[in-house]
Each structure stands twice: as C-alpha cells, then as structure tokens.
Design a protein around this ligand. Structure first.
Ligand SMILES: C[S@@+](CC[C@H](N)C(=O)[O-])C[C@H]1O[C@@H](n2cnc3c(N)ncnc32)[C@H](O)[C@@H]1O
Length: 394
C-alpha cells in the first residue's frame, strides 16, 4: 500500500480519541486532535527533520513533533497561546518546579496575615466575573507568581494560573460566553476554591510534564530536558511576516490548521487572562499581554471581524500570502497538511483555499472529510465537518 492509499484508509474523525495528558493543560478554541499530527508527522518526516506550525494555537503539533524526535517551529499572534505551548514544551526540572510551586503557594497564604495585597488594577472589572473572596485569592496567587526569579518557571506558573481562570470565574457556561464578554448575573456570582484549584492544577502539571518527557525518551533515547528544549522554537507575531525570515527550501513538513474564516475569536476567548495579566510587572517582561485590542483586531479570519467590509477578501489575500511563503520555505518534494473548516455562511471557503494553494504552485495530493464531535461542534458556530488537505511541493 502506498502512502496516499494508507492515508485514504484512515478514519480522520478519530471518534474514540480525545486530547489528554499535557495537551489538556489549558483550554483553547478549535484545537485539533493530537492523533492528526501524531499520524501525519511520522508519515512525512524522519527524526531530526523540521516541522513547522505557522498557526500554532495551543501547541498540539509541537507536542507531537517534539515527542517524535523532530525539530519544531511554532508561530502565533496570540501570546496566551504561546504561553501555554511553552509550558507544554519546556519540561522544567521537577525538583525546581516543586520547590517554586511550594514557595508560590506558601507566599500567597502568608500574605494573608501580614500586609494587604495591592488590589489588581482591573479589580472593578474582575468583580463582574469573580466572587470577591476568589478574586482576593487569585490576586495573591498572581502577585506571588510574579515574584518567581526564573522567567521560565514563572511562565509555566502563569500558564497554569491562566488555565484555571475560566473555571474559578462565576461564568459557568462554555468559553464562547467569556469570549463574547457575557458576564455572570450578580445572582450567579459564587465563591470558588481558587487555592485548591491552583494547587491541583500545579500537581497535575508536575505529573504530566514528567510523563510527557518520558514519552519523548521513548523516541529519543536518554535525551535530557535541555536537549529536548533545544529542538523547538516559538515565534510571536504574524506567521507570514515570521516565515519571511526562513530561508528557501528549509522546512520538511508544514502541519497546521489556519483560523477558519469567521468561526472563532482566539484572543477574545482568553480575555480573562488578558485582564489578569495587564499589570506593570508583566508588561516589563515584554510578553505582549497588554495589547488585547491590537491583537484582537489583527487576528486573521476572526469571527468578530466577519461583518467588516471585505473581511473575506482580506482573509483570502492573507491566505494567498501564507501559501506563497509556505511553498518557498518547504523543501522540494515536501508536504503541507492543513486541517480546514468552513462556516455554513461561507460554504465555498475550502474550495477557494485549495484553488489558492494550487495557484501558488502546490499539488493537492489528498482531501479527506472528517466529522467533528457533537461536543466540539456546539462550540464552533456552524462548522459541521472539516477537511484534511495534503499538498505537495513538486
Ligand atoms: C485553528 S487555531 C490552531 C489550533 C491548533 N492547531 C491547536 O491544536 O491548538 C488557529 C490559530 O491561528 C492563530 N492566528 C490567527 N492569525 C494568525 C496570524 N496572522 N499569524 C499566526 N497565527 C495566527 C490564532 O491565534 C490561533 O491560535
């Protein structure tokens, strides 16, 4: 059986699988199932090859590429996406992490009796989402995390903190409500045990990051954490601009899922993290969390921009530039796999994307439909199914 026949025979819906392990560190909209990159990366690359995900999102491709012994480059405009990806790929030393977690939790508790915590600069707005007791504890925890000396450990703790912000808020409905800024009604504001939630999340992360590194060592015998860390790079900003600095014929495989036109708002979905992280101390780290409005409006294909004049044309023109860069940086004979979906309101988008990629020189090698689980469909507006597209540069 040749590769195309093999790929044709796979049920890309993976109906019995869901993302688990380190993939579940932090929720994020429209992530794809790890089995997709987990199947395609070994089919199209060998160990040591470079896999690129220009629309990195929560880092699903990166986790799989690094686990399988490939080098990885991820790009995204959303700094919260990069924060969670880095926490998944950093593999901190467990002893140092344990120590830092204990310091963070102890300090946040000690602060109770001693000095009053500075109120958060967005205290008033946060009060619309959180019970005052929960808000108080989260604010202490964040102040304590910000004291972390190692920037890398600080980022891991910030990612964990960011990951509990939705569940500790009083908005009990799914992320779409947070995304659309629908605050809980005053009668729905209830206290949540933020300290216990954070403690559990840190313990879970500590366990999962070690398991995740063991999974790397199954493929790359005895590789140290430092060696593993040297195999990935995460770049902030627009992917087309970032790809311009990659030489011609350099990348072995592109595995990605671009934003589906008019379907999701990635920056807005993380609005609670942006609100919490809008603090002077974090601005000084230059992590980009302060630019909510700028990042939101720069997001390609964003749902909230869909009623803007020419928004579909702008999206298609952006995707044409993306295909042009992808074609240039891929090695000859190499492939690009895309997972794409379309909203019912724009039912021809996938065909238009295929046409655009072919226009830039690609050959379409495979198009396979996959069903989206009902639970996920509920969160993704009117997208019913997605396509796996495989293009070749030849
Ligand atoms: C469909 S999601 C990717 C999800 C990812 N496959 C995962 O499993 O988590 C698309 C991503 O593209 C990012 N994005 C939007 N416009 C971008 C741009 N111009 N350059 C780079 N990333 C962009 C969004 O922030 C979002 O994280």
């Amino acid at each position: 059986m040749n590769l195309t026949e093999h790929l044709e025979n796979i049920d890309w819906s993976f109906p019995n699988l869901s993302n688990s392990g380190i993939h579940s560190l932090h929720w994020y909209p429209a992530t794809y199932i790890a089995a997709i990159p987990g199947t395609l990366i070994p089919a199209f690359t060998k160990k040591g090859d470079i896999v690129l995900d220009p629309f990195n999102g929560s880092g699903t491709t990166g986790v799989e590429a690094v686990r399988l012994g490939r080098n990885f480059i991820g790009m995204d405009t959303n700094p919260i996406a990069l924060l969670m990806s880095e926490a998944k790929l950093y593999f901190p030393d467990p002893k140092s992490l344990r120590k830092q977690i204990d310091i963070t939790i102890n300090e946040s508790e000690n602060l109770f009796g001693t000095k009053l915590a500075e109120p958060h600069p967005h205290e008033e707005e946060l009060r619309a989402w959180y019970h005052p007791d929960t808000l108080f504890i989260l604010n202490r925890l964040l102040s304590s995390i910000l004291e972390t000396k190692s920037l890398q450990l600080k980022k891991c703790l910030l990612a964990i903190f960011s990951g509990i912000l939705k569940n500790t808020s009083s908005q009990g409905r799914h992320w779409g409500w947070v995304c659309d800024n629908v605050k809980p009604k005053p009668s729905e504001i209830v206290p949540k045990d933020a300290l216990l939630t954070f403690r559990n999340a840190t313990n879970e992360y500590l366990k999962l990051t070690q398991l995740s590194h063991k999974a790397v060592q199954v493929h790359v015998d005895k590789e140290t954490r430092t060696q593993t860390r040297s195999r990935y790079k995460l770049l902030a900003g627009d992917c087309v601009a970032n790809m311009e600095s990659i030489p011609n014929d350099h990348i072995d495989f592109i595995m990605t899922s671009p934003p589906y036109y008019g379907v999701a708002d990635y920056v807005k979905s993380q609005r609670l993290s942006y609100l919490w992280f809008d603090k002077d101390e974090l601005a000084a780290e230059r992590l980009g969390f302060r630019d909510f409005e700028k990042l939101r409006s720069a997001e390609s294909g964003a749902r909230s921009n869909r009623s803007r004049k020419n928004s579909h044309e702008l999206y298609m023109s952006f995707m044409a530039s993306f295909f042009k860069q992808s074609f240039r940086i891929l090695k000859n004979g190499s492939s690009m796999a895309l997972v794409v979906g379309e909203s019912q309101a724009r039912a021809s988008t996938t065909d238009e994307l295929i046409f655009s990629a072919i226009n830039q020189g690609f050959t379409l090698a495979l198009r396979k439909e996959r069903n989206i689980k009902i639970s996920r469909r509920r969160l993704m507006a009117k997208v019913k199914c997605e396509d796996i597209l495989i293009f070749i540069k030849n």
